[in-house]
Design a protein around this ligand. Sequence first.
Ligand SMILES: Nc1ncnc2c1ncn2[C@@H]1O[C@H](COP(=O)(O)OP(=O)(O)OP(=O)(O)O)[C@@H](O)[C@H]1O
Ligand SMILES: [Mg+2]
Length: 235
Amino acid sequence: MISIKNLTKRYDKGMTIALNNINLDIDDGEFVSIMGTSGSGKSTLLNMIGGLDVPNEGTVDVMGESLSKVSLSKYRRETVGFVFQLHNLVPNLTCVENVELPLFGSGVKSSDMKSRAMNLLKAVGLDEFVNKRPNKLSGGQMQRVAIARALVNNPKIILADEPTGQLDSENSEVIMDLLQEKQKETNAALVVVTHDFEIAKKAERIIKIKDGQIENSQEDLGVTDIDGIVDLEDS
Ligand SMILES: Nc1ncnc2c1ncn2[C@@H]1O[C@H](COP(=O)(O)OP(=O)(O)OP(=O)(O)O)[C@@H](O)[C@H]1O
Ligand SMILES: [Mg+2]
């Protein structure tokens, strides 16, 4: 589904190497989590997969096609659901309008747009907030609207950058269940960046990034090593 080869991304005229020769394959229907310290390159990697930025070297292929050869705006609109680390809601639209936004121009009827958005807002527990604007919501509530928005186009690739970062454990569970439910429904690839090991270990694979490189994956780890990750996170 997603095949990343020799991916390198530099910023600041090459002074910062955000990603250094990443190789990674992710299957459809697979749930992968990405962990790593602040600044290690997690968001950069997600942005490359989501077609929000382009690599300096290497390739990202999705369903056999290089992202360098497709319309990135079409790819983002039709294939990707992105939950941003900062939720990026549009302040002067209501919650339901924010969730409907990705469907404008997609050919979905406006009544269907509305019902899809309402159902998702209900699923994230925000039925009472549909007609409120984001500035009337708490940080965690805004995050839940952003998650509903990311899922409204039934994406084949769901990318979530710290989706539960502002949520208590109960709401985190609700959100993770929703992401995984949606993923199963469409057999999507689900990639979640998280600092929370309880969330990360729900995935089939944990990818650990350090200084822009993949350090290991769950496949090469024994149980003791997984405990090792917990210790690293706690220290
Ligand atoms: N637009 C940018 N311009 C310049 N440098 C950038 C830019 N975006 C990221 N970087 C740098 O690239 C490196 C990786 O950043 P990235 O945002 O991917 O980290 P992260 O792992 O997501 O961190 P966090 O856990 O804090 O969100 C950092 O050194 C960061 O300063
Ligand atoms: Mg980040």
